[in-house]
Design a protein around this ligand. Structure first.
Ligand SMILES: [Zn+2]
Length: 490
């Protein structure tokens, strides 16, 4: 079915749409014996029997998606100048044209477009796509309807110049924030978390995945800290892909967050988490509602713990065991639940997890020269842990909001969560019964919430000095000034 007549194209399009939407249309499709093709005719025209076209056939036009936010922002200049230029990403040989202003990742090829209110507008040279907005006060709003800043509805039509032919395009407006959308919901599920700030420290597989999930939840502000660059060996696990190799992970994840929520504020800090930088990191943590820590070393986790407890900021720590046979998540509510230092003191074996978030770890552990069986699916085994981290962070962010998810605060009351992907030989979990046989014994692929008391003598969240003095029969108030610990010796 092909015709280069724009009016015929538009009529065929209308007829296809009404077929697809199962509503009566103003046009119908008939077979024109003389021209030996399908043509659209107005309803009521005497014609041979209408063709039986299925809904799938209606998807015959390339799709053009435009940013509502951009158009609102450019409305004044559009009215003043009569048109506004814009750039489109051209995907799949032009089958999908997407307003470049919608996201951060452009297609390999682009198309120059202009938008105007004048159907007779002469498009500038080099411009291949034209979008015409026409007032449509009486019409039924649909995906091609734009509501102007003064709330006047406009209907958009568009065409692309292809040689001597003008091809009609399907137009659709995309909103980011759901409350701004006139008809359909926006990109995000909700905006209740747009004023919340999450600091993510460690943007490997787990931290990166958690960051993107929180962006999908509508979290509005992200601060990302990680000094690593994306390496080729990371790509099979990390959300970043092969075309991003060499970039700092914070920048890769920033762009992926903005792909999910273009309105998010994201600041990226490619710095090491160590005592030399603790002043800067402390300042960033002070801005957080929740800190998510997915770093791969104990010293960095203990530094983050110390800074979060001092700042009174809730932190969620996630880590995978070696070769991701399992993992654990610890949520620290300062001075209410055990901190990471308490955890290390109480559970030294469990705390000494070996993680897989760096290329060096992965090569040394997952695919080492040691005789270990080949284990595909490392990413699959990290994701349950990353999901739990994101879920616990989400619940903390929602605690002061009206949300049906808050019923879960009861279920997620424990500070420490354990997950096993497999009963790894040589571990204390090797004797766990098979998943299929167990009724009430512990098995793989289930979360276990575990109570963990605070350590009253904890050097971070407890009264370490009083406990120490007590052990030696001293009165802490009578001691001379003690040197302040930098934590470097921990
Ligand atoms: Zn503690």
């Amino acid at each position: 079915m092909s015709t280069s007549d724009p009016q015929q194209q538009q009529m065929i399009h209308e007829a296809m749409k009404s077929i697809a939407e199962r509503r009566p249309g103003r046009t119908k499709l008939v077979y024109d014996k003389t021209r030996r093709t399908i043509v659209a005719v107005a309803e009521g025209t005497q014609a041979p029997r209408a063709l039986n076209i299925t809904a799938d056939d209606a998807d015959m036009f390339a799709t053009l998606t435009l940013s509502t936010t951009w158009l609102r922002d450019h409305w004044d200049s559009l009215i003043r100048d009569g048109y506004a230029p814009l750039s489109l990403s051209s995907w799949d040989e032009g089958d999908a044209l997407t307003h470049a202003a919608l996201g951060v990742t452009p297609a390999a090829s682009s198309a120059a477009a202009c938008i105007t209110l004048d159907p007779a507008f002469q498009v500038p040279p080099g411009t291949t796509v034209a979008i015409v907005l026409q007032s449509d006060s009486g019409g039924q709003p649909n995906a091609a309807t734009f509501s102007s800043p003064s709330a006047t509805p406009y209907r958009a039509t568009a065409w692309r110049q292809d040689g001597d032919t003008r091809l009609a395009l399907d137009v659709c407006f995309a909103d980011v924030q759901p409350e701004l959308a006139t008809r359909r919901s926006g990109i995000l599920e909700t905006t209740v978390l747009k004023d919340k700030t999450v600091v993510l420290i460690g943007l490997g597989t787990g931290g990166g995945h958690a960051a993107i999930e929180l962006a999908k939840c509508g979290v509005g502000n992200f601060i990302l800290i990680d000094r690593d660059r994306l390496a080729v060996g990371n790509v099979v696990r990390h959300p970043g892909g092969i075309s991003q190799v060499g970039r700092y992970k914070v920048n890769v994840i920033r762009d992926l967050i903005l792909e999910k929520n273009p309105d998010a504020n994201v600041s990226a800090h490619p710095v090491a988490v160590d005592y030399d930088n603790q002043g800067d990191i402390k300042e960033l943590i002070a801005r957080a509602d929740v800190v998510v820590c997915g770093t791969d070393s104990r010293p960095s986790k203990l530094l983050v713990n110390q800074l979060c407890v001092e700042a009174g900021v809730i932190a969620v720590y996630g880590g995978a065991f070696r070769r991701a046979y399992g993992g654990q998540v610890l949520r620290v509510r300062p001075n209410q639940s055990a901190c990471h230092q308490c955890f290390v003191a109480a559970m030294p074996d469990q705390a000494s997890d070996v993680e897989v978030s760096t290329a060096a770890d992965a090569e040394g552990i997952a695919y080492s020269d040691q005789p270990v069986a080949i284990e595909p699916g490392l990413s699959l085994d990290v994701l349950p842990i990353a999901n739990m981290v994101a879920k616990l962070a989400l619940l903390e962010l929602l605690a002061d909001r009206d949300s049906s998810l808050n019923i879960l605060q009861r279920d997620f009351a424990a500070p420490w969560y354990l997950w096993l992907n497999r009963p790894e030989p040589g571990t204390e979990y090797a004797s766990w019964p098979p998943l299929s046989e167990s009724v009430d014994e512990m098995t793989i692929h289930r979360w276990y919430g575990i109570e963990l008391p605070r350590d009253e003598e904890c050097s971070v969240c407890g009264n370490f000095l009083a406990a120490l003095a007590g052990n030696y029969g001293l009165n802490v108030d009578s001691l001379p000034d003690l040197p302040v610990s930098t934590g470097k010796d921990r």
